[in-house]
Structures are given as C-alpha cells and as structure tokens.
Design a protein around this ligand. Structure first.
Ligand SMILES: Nc1ncnc2c1ncn2[C@@H]1O[C@H](COP(=O)(O)OP(=O)(O)OP(=O)(O)O)[C@@H](O)[C@H]1O
Ligand SMILES: [Mg+2]
Length: 468
C-alpha cells in the first residue's frame, strides 16, 4: 500500500486537532447555555410559587380566592408555557390556568411554613415525551382553609430552542472544518514547496553531474540543515568519484607502460634473427615487466579488499622489536647490495595484524633502501607511549620536497615519475601503508628535510588496540 504523502498527513493532523477543539468548545458553550436557560425557568417557578402562597395568605376565604383568581393568573403567569392550578382540601379545583394543555401532576406539596427552594422542583413528561418542570406548595387562607397551589412550566419551547442551537452549531462546525481542510492544505503545500524543489534538484544529479548542488533559497532552518547535509554528502561523493576516476586512469596508464614495453622489445627482437643469449636477455626483461604488472594487480586487489568495510583483521600481540629485527634481516641482502646499513632501536608491543604490519613496515623499508645513499644507515625505531605505539623508518638522502609530502600517500603518486617508472615502482606502496594504518584505526605521517633525514612514522593507537 502506498504510504500517505507528508502534506496529506499534516493536513489530516491539523484538521483532526481543529475538529477536536471545535467540538470541545462548542459542547462547553452549549452546556453553559442549556444550564442558564433551565436555571432561569426554575427561579421563575420558585418565585411564582412563593408569590402565590403570599397572595393566598392575604385572601379571606375560598370565595375571596375565586373572586381574585384572574388577578392571580394575569399578574403571576403571563407566559403560555406556564400553568397554574389551585385545589382545595377536598381536591376540588378552584383555579385552573393551562393554555398549552399539558398534564399537571400534583406533587407532594411543600408545607405552609417551609421555604420554597429550587431543589424541590419535580420533572415529568407530556404524552409527546417533552419535559415539564413544576412543584406544588400548600397555602393557607385567612380563615384557616388550606389550598394546594401547583405551578409548572412546559420546557417544549426550550427544547426546540436548544435543538435549533445544536443544528446551527453543527452546520458552523462543518463549515469551519471545510475551511480548516482547505486552508491547512494550502498552507502545508506552501510550507513544503522548498522540499519539492529540493527533490526536483536532486532528480537532476547523476554520476556525470555530481558538481550540481541542491539550492535552498529562503527555505526554513530545518531544510537548510537537511540540504546542507545532503550537499556535504554530494561533496564527499564527488570527491570519491573523482578519486575512483583518477585511480582508473592511473591504473590504465600504469598497466599500459609495461605492456607497451613488452610489445616493443618483442617486436624489435623479432625484426632480426638473434643469438640465444639475446633471447635469454629478452625473456629476462619480459619476466621483469610481467612481475611489475602482477605486483600492480596484486597491490590494487589488496587496496580494493582493504576498502571493503567487511575486511577482517587477524590481530595478535606483536613484539615490535622482534618484528623490526626480522624485517631488517629479510632486507639484509638488498641492503648489503646497496651498501646500506639497517639498525633497530627501541621496544614496544602492538596489537595488530602480523601480515599487514610486516607489509606496511616492509614497504617503508623498501622505499628507504631505494633512496639511502651508499654507506649510510636506515633506522627502524619503536617507541611506546600511553596513547600510541610509534614506529619510525628514517633514512638520510636527498629528501622529499614539502609540496609532495601531502600527496605521497595517494595511489600511483610518485615524486619523480621519470625516475620511478622503472620495473621496481608501482607508486602504490605508501597508499597500502595508509590503508593498513586506517584498518588499525591509526595513521601514517611523513617528514623530510632536503639533503637530510626522511622519516615515515606509523601511529598505532593503544586504546583502540585494547578494544579489539
Ligand atoms: N624514503 C624516501 N625517500 C625519498 N622519497 C621517497 C621515500 N619514500 C617514498 N618516496 C617517494 O614517494 C613515492 C611513492 O612511494 P610509494 O612507496 O608509494 O611508491 P613506489 O615506491 O614508487 O612504488 P612501490 O612501493 O610499488 O615500489 C616514491 O615514488 C618516491 O618518490
Ligand atoms: Mg614504495
């Protein structure tokens, strides 16, 4: 089922809230009006009963009462909804006024001495079910005769009034709700306009148009934050795409060179008959080129695997001193060939993946070997602090100009391309070091002085290591 749009949800919420408020306020007003009307009628009935009792008390006899009955009716009850009946002790009707003709029930009469109160009123209904309120009181004439006075009021007109009031309120409520639906829909649509324009902008952004950004204009602050976050995400994606594109270009270039070399040397060799020594030399150089291609491919695969968030490290506790000694030994052959010494200093323990650790330090050492002048010494130094284990690979040499230091860890970056485009260089060694350090939650840094010392430092965070 398609979920409801935001504007429909907001409109519905607004309308429900408005309806609840309307109904609540309308109901309270209705109740207040109803109570006021009924309270007024009750007061009138009580006052009439009191007045009639006093009036009766001033009359001498039943005959006198009969003579004054018109005065009583006219002066006390001017409303056709009111009714009055006076009966004597034997139950004979002395005065009867009931223009509406509703049934009059004689109630248990309030005794002569007792004050008449609204709580003494009774209710009953006529044959149509319409309510009637009334009460009976005892009155005493001067000659001591008792009479029962009943006053009542039909509430039929009040019911009709309240019914009209309810119907008017319902119609106004309906009109109010229709207005609320229309207005809230328009307002919500207007408020969400910037969101729609963001969606339109976003729909035009593809891999080929990643430079485009979402425009915000005078949108509300919340949308500013959202579009800001989305634009930041586009910045990162654009950077990522640019790096992938650059990587592809560099990879193609790096594979084209050795394959071009292979093809060129083979073509030249095939142009004339060669001696077997020449063929041997050719095959030797072919193997070197093939090695370079396979090293590039192996490095690219490693970097791709390391980029995967699922990459699992096999961490163990490593004695850094021992590991550095082993690496120095491993590179001993190449070092003595180049007339370079390797020395190891310091001790530390690191929680890291053994193979990756060796690969990172090995890459730094192989670089150092390539750039250390004959007779000089490479230092592998380990240092342990509370926060991190640092492993530095230092070598004297020409050094690396400062403007290159930042980019050294980019894939395929070489300071001097012409010099390094040899069979030995893929330009991926330092990017592998960087990937290894990121996998360990650490980092790598480079410092270099021209005609001085070049130092690459690996930082393994201690706390991070303990957590894993
Ligand atoms: N110790 C160093 N002294 C001077 N320059 C260095 C040193 N280490 C690295 N570089 C420079 O950094 C560049 C990048 O090194 P990186 O290890 O990534 O690639 P590479 O050594 O050229 O190739 P590979 O590591 O695959 O053999 C090198 O080409 C070199 O110019
Ligand atoms: Mg290298």
């Amino acid at each position: 089922m398609r979920s409801l749009s935001l504007s429909t949800r907001l409109t519905a919420t607004f309308v429900v809230i408005t309806a609840v408020c309307f109904i609540l306020v309308g109901w309270l007003l209705y109740r207040a009006a109803e109570q006021r009307i009924y309270a007024q009628d009750e007061t009138n009935l009580v006052l009439s009963a009191r007045h009639l009792r006093r009036f009766v008390a001033e009359l001498d006899s039943i005959a006198d009462l009969k003579a004054h009955q018109d005065r009583m009716v006219v002066s006390v009850l001017g409303d056709p909804s009111n009714a009055l009946r006076i009966v004597d002790a034997s139950g004979q009707i002395i005065a009867d006024h009931n223009p509406s003709g509703f049934p009059l029930e004689v109630q248990a009469a309030v005794p002569t001495g007792q004050r008449v109160l609204a709580t003494m009123l009774s209710s009953w209904h006529d044959d149509r079910g319409l309510p009637i309120r009334g009460l009976s009181v005892m009155g005493q004439l001067r000659d001591g005769t008792h009479v029962t006075i009943t006053v009542a009021r039909s509430l039929a007109d009040r019911e009709a009034l309240l019914r009209r009031y309810r119907r008017d309120m319902a119609l106004r409520l309906l009109a109010g709700l229709i207005a609320a639906i229309v207005l809230s829909h328009l307002l919500v649509r207007r408020a969400l306009r910037p969101l729609r324009s963001m969606a339109t902008d976003a729909a035009t952004i593809h891999a080929q148009s990643l430079h485009k950004r979402l425009t915000v204009g005078n949108a509300p602050a919340e949308l500013h934050a959202l579009s800001g976050a989305l634009n930041d995400m586009l910045d990162r994606l654009e950077g990522g795409f640019a790096r992938v594109w650059q990587f592809t270009v560099d990879l193609a270039h790096d594979l084209r060179t050795p394959i071009g070399n292979l093809r060129g040397t083979n073509e030249v060799a095939l142009a004339h008959p060669r001696t077997s020594a020449e063929y041997q030399a050719l095959l030797g150089s072919n193997i070197e080129e093939c090695d370079r291609v396979s090293r590039t491919i192996e490095s690219v695969l490693f970097l791709a695997r390391a980029d995967n968030p699922q990459f699992a490290l096999q961490r163990t506790s490593l004695d850094v001193g021992t590991e550095l000694e082993r690496l120095a030994e491993y590179f001993e052959g190449l070092a003595s060939e180049a007339g370079v010494n390797i020395q190891v200093q310091g001790r530390a323990t690191v929680h890291a993946d053994r193979d990756l650790f060796r690969r990172a330090v090995g890459n730094l050492l192989s670089n150092a070997l390539r750039y250390t002048p004959t007779g000089d010494t490479i230092t592998l130094r380990a240092e342990q602090t509370d926060a991190a284990v640092m492993i530095a690979v230092e070598n004297p040499g020409d050094g690396i100009p400062a403007e290159h230091l930042e980019k050294l860890f980019d894939r395929f970056y070489r300071v001097d391309r012409s010099r390094n485009d040899s069979a030995n260089s893929t330009g991926l060694g330092l990017s592998i070091v960087k990937s290894v350090m990121e996998l360990h939650g650490g980092r790598v840094s480079a410092e270099s002085q021209l005609q001085g010392m070049t130092r690459f430092t690996l930082w393994f965070p201690v706390r991070q290591a303990e957590l894993h």
